[in-house]
Design a protein. Structure first.
Length: 254
């Protein structure tokens, strides 16, 4: 099998599994966080789970990126930096920032599947940028797709990180409990951190103008939209005073 055949085959498999994921997660909630439940096999400490699950997206990306002939060209380098900005944080800083409920654990099955996907995603995007993306020359810096994509990435990143920080602050006020988050993106939706994540990777896909990037946005949506709907239902069922006009993930729409 040539490298091209492998790359295209894996890409196709990710598109197909995004479809399978949205169908599966519309039916069953991934067992972690507020949907953690017994009966899903062994569990591990929450922080360790996050590191193991997310780090392949950073490390595997690095490995494949630096085997490519375009690794030291300006535009691929910039895209590599924004990718790593997100993933170094998510893998090695975020897990030690979250306020974990005492004794909380997470399901190994979720970590194993997430880790496998993150490795595949690192392979696809790292390989694409430095092996295949011939359009990412210096001229691409002034292309509207690049400019808009980077702006979207920045906005999504801010929305995601600020919303996650607000949730941490809520936990600090009331350790071990869930409360109704209020303010900023929570004025519109229950899960602004998920919305931020989707906008971040839409920006990356646009800025890199790649099917690898598109596969990641679709997979992220397949993961996060059903969970946002489930979390929104959970909030409404748990808190009788939950704001009635707040949507799940897309302001005014969903
Ligand atoms: P959640 O919003 O469910 O939880 C984030 C943290 O905040 C957890 O520590 C959670 O505690 C705590 N928390 C949540 N709601 C409340 C509340 N109402 N009151 C107090 N504390 C609260 O997000 P996830 O854990 O699902 O995801 C974390 C990050 O990872 C997000 O930024 C998300 O976008 C990203 N992510 C990306 C994915 C992708 O496919 N790209 C997939 C999954 C996540 P507890 O754990 O106890 O519930």
């Amino acid at each position: 099998m040539t490298d091209d055949t492998l790359f295209n085959g894996v890409l196709l498999a990710v598109f197909a599994s995004a479809l399978a994921t949205v169908l599966l997660l519309s039916w069953v909630n991934a067992p972690y966080g507020r949907h953690q439940s017994s009966g899903w096999g062994p569990t591990i400490p929450v922080r360790l789970g996050w590191v193991l699950m997310e780090s392949p997206a950073s490390l595997v990306f690095f490995y494949f990126y630096f085997t490519g002939q375009q690794a030291f060209q300006l535009v691929p380098l910039l895209l590599m930096v924004v990718w790593q900005l997100h993933y170094m944080h998510r893998s090695f800083i975020y897990p030690f920032q979250i306020r974990v409920k005492p004794g909380a654990r997470t399901t190994m099955l979720v970590i194993a599947l997430g880790s496998f996907y993150c490795g595949i995603n690192g392979y696809l995007n790292g390989t694409y940028l430095s092996h295949y993306a011939n359009h990412l020359t210096v001229d691409w810096l002034t292309d509207p797709r690049f400019i808009l994509g980077v702006m979207l990435f920045g906005f999504g990143y801010y929305l995601n990180k600020r919303s996650d920080r607000m949730l941490r602050e809520l936990r600090e006020q009331n350790p071990g409990a869930y409360q109704i988050p209020r303010g900023f993106g929570f004025n519109w939706v229950s899960m602004p951190n998920y919305l931020g994540e989707i906008i971040t990777w839409s920006g990356f896909a646009l800025a890199s103008w790649s099917l690898a990037g598109l596969s990641f946005v679709l997979f992220t949506m397949a993961n996060l939209v059903p969970r946002a709907l489930a979390n929104h239902r959970w909030y409404r069922e748990t808190f009788s005073d939950y704001p009635r006009d707040r949507k799940a993930i897309i302001p005014y729409i969903l």
